[in-house]
Unconditional design. Structure first.
Length: 116
């Protein structure tokens, strides 16, 4: 599997140190086009949820605390939280079904859910 970081071109992501780190870990670094924030909207949504539900809630004193709570949060987010944008499926359920949207941008079974 290819490893890829897709990010904005903010100063924290265009430093030579970050580029070297990515290269040393065989990670391809790609940037969204300037003035095209919608190219990164899904990760921005995820970042916002992580900030609101983790970083704004807990005070961390040890790196292991961050890792453990983040692992729990990721499991909760992907396995148990229903996402309205995925027609009230979890991300894992949506991925199992192929993670594809129809021509109108709806997640799988959109018609089924709207007919209930």
């Amino acid at each position: 599997m290819n490893k890829l970081v897709f990010s904005i071109d903010g100063p924290e992501f265009i430093s030579s140190g970050f580029e070297l780190w990515c290269k040393s870990h065989e990670i391809e670094l790609m940037y969204i086009q300037p003035d095209k924030p919608t190219q990164n909207c899904l990760i921005e949504r995820l970042n916002g949820a992580y900030r609101k539900e983790m970083l704004d809630v807990y005070m961390f004193f040890e790196l292991n605390d961050v890792k453990e709570l983040t692992e729990n949060w990721i499991e909760e987010y992907n396995e148990r939280c229903l996402h309205e944008s995925l027609n009230n499926l979890t991300p894992s359920e949506w991925a199992i079904m192929g993670g594809k949207r129809d021509e109108k941008g709806h997640a799988p079974f959109h018609l089924f859910y709207t007919l209930k």
